[in-house]
Design a protein around this ligand. Sequence first.
Ligand SMILES: [Zn+2]
Length: 130
Amino acid sequence: MEVAAPRECCGLMLGDRATMLVDAILPATNVAPDPLHRFEIDPAALLGAYKAARAGGPQIIGHYHSHPQGEAMPSTIDAAMAQGDGEIWLIVGKDGAMRAWQGSQSGALHGRFSEVEIESSLARAGVDRH
Ligand SMILES: [Zn+2]
């Protein structure tokens, strides 16, 4: 994620929408006109992921982006962009902290987001082994 700084980085999270488990992340180009303060996932990457999902591939669970100057919390700009249909917003703050938020029509934050717990795949793999 440091590679993109001071610009915001962004990408998609793919996996199973029923369980919200992320299988893969797909870094995308930030095509926002003001990439220092905004993010906009490359539409070609988005379209490709939707097509792959329709063809039986992993579904789009949500996306991530960084706040190189800020906290790992959605901004009011993020709230205005959110669909509020259960998509996950993973945000990386300036200190490298990651927090995950789920978009909804009645979230506690900006009326749009509720924080969700991040369960690491490593922890999950450990559980599966024992
Ligand atoms: Zn943001």
